[in-house]
Design a protein around this ligand. Structure first.
Ligand code: HEC
Length: 136
């Protein structure tokens, strides 16, 4: 085998090995950083299909707004109250927001607290409504 070909194959082998290690390292690290309570809350989020109406990091339905940083807005007590004693939805006067029991609410709060700790640099941007335009 030519010397150049050997160098070329060695370089490819080295690159693939390095790439695999970097990918493995980033995934393994991230998974072990997620607290188990937050994982339970995520499962409730999936079971109850909150994603039908809400987005997390901009993924999901647009009816109910983004919940990535909702912990900042309500805190634990506010979220507990909202989820276990849900209000009527604005714009749909007879429809009440989905209810979750106390145990599920605690797990959801842990999930939202975990999401709060992820730096998302303001993504997704909050919708901006141009009041002047609306009133025209
Ligand atoms: C049928 C659609 C729908 C589903 C399903 C739904 N939501 Fe909502 N949610 C809404 C709407 C609409 C609002 C806004 C309420 C309003 O403005 O009256 C809202 C508001 C909220 C708020 C307050 C957000 C804020 O910024 O004021 C939280 C927290 C919330 N939902 C959590 C959840 C969770 C957790 C689930 C799943 C267990 C869920 N929602 C499932 C429609 C939904």
């Amino acid at each position: 085998m030519q010397f150049r070909l050997k160098i070329f194959l060695a370089a490819i082998f080295f690159s693939v090995a390095l790439f695999s290690f970097v990918i493995y390292d980033s995934i393994a690290g991230n998974l072990s950083n997620v607290p188990s309570e937050a994982v339970k809350g995520k499962i409730v989020f999936q079971k109850k299909a909150c994603i039908e109406c809400h987005t997390i990091f901009g993924n999901g339905g647009y009816y109910g707004g983004d919940l990535t940083k909702v912990y900042e807005k309500f805190g634990s007590d506010g979220l507990r109250e909202y989820l276990t004693n849900p209000p009527l939805l604005s714009g749909a006067k007879k429809k009440q927001h989905i209810y979750v029991n106390h145990e599920e609410a605690e797990e959801m709060i842990d999930y939202f607290r975990f999401l709060q700790s992820i730096p998302n640099m303001g993504w997704p941007p909050r919708p901006v409504f141009d009041k002047k335009k609306d009133s025209e």
